[in-house]
Write a protein that binds this ligand. Structure first.
Ligand code: CMC
Length: 392
């Protein structure tokens, strides 16, 4: 009732109170549960950060061992999932496959659908999700390349198990390079939460209708897929490749990005909240240098990316609009150096963001948030009378 305030894209609307992630866009600060992202990226592990986000505190050794052990215990997926996977054409984008497989889990765990489910049932869904997501992600890739799926190996840690399911072949076991596993772990930490972004808000709003955790996370995956959100990491590499094929003419592409008649945007640049710099981009840029050097990879698109950044940072258009490289600008370059194909980049983002989505969903439930239901300003016709088809 009363006057509706219009706020397109919710640029100035707080949708909830949250104690999970602190973000100061002017100062470039990001903290999970109070811990600076820089410290977590350097010292923590992805599973520890997942625990922190979901339960609010860093775990002690016993708690962590139980958490990691429970996750390991649930990595296997129902064998019938393979039949669903088989039904997809091999050209299917792995993000669509991933969100479909997550939705399909509701059929295997009908108890998770009950809005009055017990706390234990919710906990089980959380553990199952964290455990099975890498399996689904790797299997979506196997489908794409037409290779047999590799089952989870419970002797491996979270990232090692994922890499093994991605890259091992029945006749040729993939050897896990600790540099690759560590780099992957760091990227997942950096992606783990980002307060009320498009996909987290989607997860909350779907969950607010009392839809299950699985259904809510599947919706979040689809929200992340778009190129203005998580899909930007794929779009960045495609853009850099196009610039390279075009002779590396970064000035020309900068011009396209500034041209208001051209829909092209500099992918990996700009952010709704960060108006100074994205602290994740700083860490990732350094990690890109480190990882490529350690792996002995020279990727010419890294040079193009650095050139673009340098030009954009001194260009009036970008300065005026406070457009800086975001988390997606350099992440794809690392993923590529790790051997991950371009159309899996957004799946990697989803893998990283999963604990954040779970934490947001859990908090929303615990706070007893009402159903999410924005209003509108109606601009359509006034009342008019129905006319039979013959008279129109
Ligand atoms: N290239 C060129 N111009 C841009 C860009 C860009 N990447 N980003 C914003 N602008 C311009 C935009 O045209 C507008 O100009 P004007 O004021 O003249 O109309 C101004 O900057 C403000 O942009 P906006 O679209 O109103 O800002 P927003 O907060 O709605 O959008 C954004 C934020 C991230 C969607 C946008 O910056 C963008 O499209 N960036 C490229 C896609 C991208 O990298 N997305 C990843 C975001 S970070 C990780 C994640 O969320 O997954």
């Amino acid at each position: 009732s009363g006057v509706i305030t219009l706020d397109r894209g919710f640029k100035n609307t707080g949708s909830c109170e949250s104690a999970i992630t602190f973000l100061d866009g002017e100062k470039g600060i990001l903290r999970y549960r109070g811990y600076p992202i820089e410290q977590l990226a350097d010292n923590s592990t992805f599973l520890e950060v997942a625990y922190l986000l979901i339960y609010g505190e860093l775990p002690n050794k016993a708690t962590f061992d139980k958490f990691a052990g429970d996750i390991t215990h649930h990595t296997l997926v129902n064998e019938d999932i393979k039949k669903i996977l088989d039904g997809f054409p091999s050209a299917a984008h792995p993000m669509g496959v991933l969100s479909s497989l997550i939705t399909a889990q509701t059929a295997f765990y009908p108890n998770s659908l009950d809005p009055n489910r017990s706390k234990e049932e919710t906990e089980l869904s959380i553990i199952r999700l964290l455990a099975k997501m890498p399996t689904f992600a790797a299997w979506a890739y196997k489908k794409k390349v037409g290779h047999p799926v590799i089952y989870p190996n419970n002797k491996m840690d979270y990232c090692g198990n994922f890499l093994n399911m991605m890259f091992s072949l029945p006749a040729d076991e993939y050897e896990i390079d600790p540099v690759v596993a560590k780099a992957l772990d760091k990227l997942l930490i950096l992606h783990a939460d980002h307060e009320q972004n498009c996909s987290a808000s989607t997860v909350r709003i779907v969950g607010s209708s009392q839809a299950s955790l699985w259904a809510s996370i599947s919706a979040g995956i689809n929200a992340l897929w778009g190129p203005l959100h998580g899909g930007a990491n794929q779009a960045v590499i495609e853009m850099l490749e196009n610039i390279k094929a075009d002779g590396g003419d970064t000035k020309k592409w900068m011009g396209k990005a500034k041209d208001k008649d051209d829909p092209f945007r500099l992918m990996g640049f700009g952010h709704r909240v960060y108006k100074n710099f994205d602290p994740r981009a700083k860490i990732i840029k350094k990690a890109a240098d480190d990882v490529l050097e350690k792996l002995g990879v020279h990727d010419p698109v890294l040079d193009i990316a650095k050139g673009l950044e340098e030009e954009a940072l001194k260009d009036q258009y970008f300065v005026d609009r406070k457009l800086y490289p975001n988390v997606d600008f350099y992440s794809g370059i690392i993923y590529r150096a790790l051997g991950i194909p371009t159309d899996m980049f957004t799946v990697m983002f989803a893998l990283g963001r999963l604990p954040g989505w779970i934490a947001q969903w859990k908090e929303m439930k615990e706070m007893g948030e009402p159903i999410g239901r924005p209003r509108q300003v109606y601009t359509g016709e006034n009342a008019r009378d129905y006319m039979n088809m013959g008279k129109r």
